[in-house]
Design a protein around this ligand. Sequence first.
Ligand SMILES: NC(=O)c1ccc[n+]([C@@H]2O[C@H](COP(=O)([O-])OP(=O)(O)OC[C@H]3O[C@@H](n4cnc5c(N)ncnc54)[C@H](OP(=O)(O)O)[C@@H]3O)[C@@H](O)[C@H]2O)c1
Length: 255
Amino acid sequence: MSVAIITGASAGLGKEYVDAVVEQFPQIHELWIISRHENALQKVADQYPQREFKLIPLDLNEDADLQKFSDTISKFNPDVKLLINNAGYINSEAFAKQDYDKQRMMIGVNVIAPTLITKIVLKYMKPSSLIVNVCSTSAFAPVQGQSIYSSTKAYVYSLSLSLHWELKKLGIKLLVMCPGNMKTNMYQYNALNATNKSTQAIGYLPFLDLHVITRKSLSLVQKGHIVYTPGLFYKTYRGVTKMLPHTILSRFLKG
Ligand SMILES: NC(=O)c1ccc[n+]([C@@H]2O[C@H](COP(=O)([O-])OP(=O)(O)OC[C@H]3O[C@@H](n4cnc5c(N)ncnc54)[C@H](OP(=O)(O)O)[C@@H]3O)[C@@H](O)[C@H]2O)c1
């Protein structure tokens, strides 16, 4: 049985990835969709009565839930054609003021989960399988007020680049997508509710079209690309962060 696995599929970019996979991968038998809320996953699945779904309610911040996922996949022994590590969590606050739980959640959901999910799923992939890791432009340079978030995304970026080449030897293609602003729950809760001016200012940066970037990333991963930074503004930002020393940039970048 061939499957696609999408984490964070209940909302935002992940939900759009479900649309894109349904549209572009008719040959995949079942979509395995993951988030904490089963009701929200059910609503997503209900939009596609013609397709098979497995709803996997998991808290990716919990070790026990990652073990549960490992048990589920070993029980069904699927042929995983596509893995999209999309789930993510942000809390923009000064490190010293931030709750411990929010800090732990960013590290759990953004770092530990995609690393271990990839490790677990790899055993069920074959040559020509695909992985998309959703990262962020925050990965390109350290951002004050997002110290942990930007570090977690720098980890995802770095891991993805080395894994791209390691997995290529196994015939598996991996793309890291680094989006900037997107109008999702993450943006609503983080930037719109922010009291600090730098987080509010993020709202003036360009917003990306979820429909376009999900389709484009799925096309690029099949062609063997390694990094996708959607939008001219964010591509330019990536270029700037490559040219300027991060010791200087980190003094000015605030989120
Ligand atoms: N929005 C932006 O401006 C922006 C910019 C750059 C990068 N990104 C990245 O894009 C990806 C998607 O974010 P988004 O904007 O679509 O955010 P979103 O609308 O907040 O969606 C996040 C998804 O992750 C799931 N999730 C969060 N915590 C989880 C947990 N502990 N266990 C399981 N699932 C969890 C949520 O589902 P439940 O709540 O149902 O668990 C939801 O499906 C993330 O990796 C994010 O870092 C976003």
